[in-house]
Ligand binder design. Sequence first.
Ligand code: DQA
Length: 147
Amino acid sequence: MRSFLILNGPNLNLLGTRQPEIYGHTTLSDVEDMCRTHGEKIGVSVTCAQSNHEGALVDLIQDARGTHDGIILNAGAYTHTSIALMDAIKGCEAKVVELHLSNIHARESFRHKSYISPVAIGLICGFGAHGYILAMDALQTHLETGS
Ligand code: DQA
């Protein structure tokens, strides 16, 4: 059975109450439940993790090597700043899908730069919590067919 890590970065523990007009009313625990349920449907084992700390996220990405086939990564604001996360992804064999609830390209210009995109297999943004399901399906298809 394939294994996916659903990894959320800084401030995503506040989902549901943090700027709901941008990020929606779904909580992180709702998102994680949705991902686990979807995993059962598509035959994928799902592990969920969240940290507000860049180094802890680096550790989780390093530990994914040999443990998880893929990572759905919402790196939050570290997306726009973190060469450390980019390097961790480069060194990790797991395939990474970059995920954002909001459409980062329709927002402030500082959110248009992503250090994750160049090392991800693809990017899903702007579809709110449903994006996690889209990302899981995209990752599963990519692992199955290479596309
Ligand atoms: C986010 C977008 C980032 O720019 C922001 O810093 C976040 C959330 C999103 O899911 O839309 O924390 O990654």
